[in-house]
Design a protein around this ligand. Structure first.
Ligand SMILES: C[S@@+](CC[C@H](N)C(=O)[O-])C[C@H]1O[C@@H](n2cnc3c(N)ncnc32)[C@H](O)[C@@H]1O
Length: 240
């Protein structure tokens, strides 16, 4: 039987910013939410392309002698943060990651998974700016599409203040093929977590390259990467 989320029924010609993700409901089922954090490493591993971000953008900045401090903003279950530290350690490079998320449920779940070189903070980008924190590099995964215009503008302004060298916000590029592939690939995960529903909603909320360019402030560059990724990048002179 056809469902309302079938790829053939969905208009992907425009962003659907009115769609809310189930995990954003403060009263959502905690068990399902925790299982969602548990599936993020699998989903992010398949779709988010952090190996490429690491090789192309982060590794060239790292050193074996001097520690680089990186902030993962909106870190959710913390899998991207832990993965980056693992990659750097394999390459003999010194990287410390602060994984920050203002959602106490995400913070609690991540904090129960300690990893060397990672510390978890229950904090928003604004909290970190207010605390006077700075980092060499700021990254995020799947945060931009999540935010309304005011929150997005604030996160981008905060990122500029927080990062001394580089910011990479990585997100989904909205496309019919991405939606269809995710719709099919996550069928087995449908009832056990929010990963399918929220992933499909995320794709519908996400940007095309031109849409992201239209809202990116001066000094930011939109870098489309296949398959179905957009990096919003800002490089600064080293202000150490
Ligand atoms: C869709 S989740 C992405 C989680 C994780 N990065 C991942 O890819 O699995 C978006 C996260 O951004 C967080 N967030 C929203 N606004 C934020 C802000 N201003 N600063 C830091 N995190 C924020 C939310 O609490 C949420 O956990």
């Amino acid at each position: 039987m056809a469902s309302p989320t079938d790829p053939g029924r969905i208009d992907l010609g425009r962003r659907d910013e009115a769609l809310l993700e189930l995990m954003d409901d403060p009263d959502c089922d905690l068990g399902l939410l925790q299982r969602t954090y548990g599936v993020f490493p699998l989903v992010n591993g398949v779709v988010a392309g952090w190996g490429r971000v690491y090789r192309e953008r982060l590794r060239p900045l790292l050193s074996a002698e001097c520690e680089t401090r990186l902030l993962d903003l909106g870190s959710g279950g913390g899998d991207v943060a832990r993965g980056l530290v693992r990659r750097a350690a394999r390459d003999g490079l010194r990287l410390h990651v602060t994984a920050a998320d203002p959602d106490g449920r995400a913070h609690d779940w991540a904090s129960a998974r300690p990893a060397p070189g990672v510390d978890y903070r229950r904090a928003s980008s604004g909290d970190l700016v207010a605390a006077g924190e700075t980092f060499d590099v700021v990254v995020s995964n799947h945060v931009l599409h999540h935010l309304d215009r005011a929150a997005r503008d604030a996160v981008l302004a905060d990122s500029e203040l927080l990062a001394r060298r580089l910011v990479v916000h990585s997100d989904i590029r909205r496309a019919r093929a991405a939606y269809a592939a995710y719709w099919l690939g996550t069928l087995p995960l449908a009832r056990r977590s929010f990963v399918r529903t929220d992933g499909l909603r995320s794709i519908r909320r996400s940007f095309s390259a031109d849409e992201l360019r239209a809202v990116a402030p001066a000094g930011w560059q939109v870098v489309p990467r296949e398959p179905f990724r957009l990096w919003l990048v800002r490089e600064s002179g080293d202000r150490r």
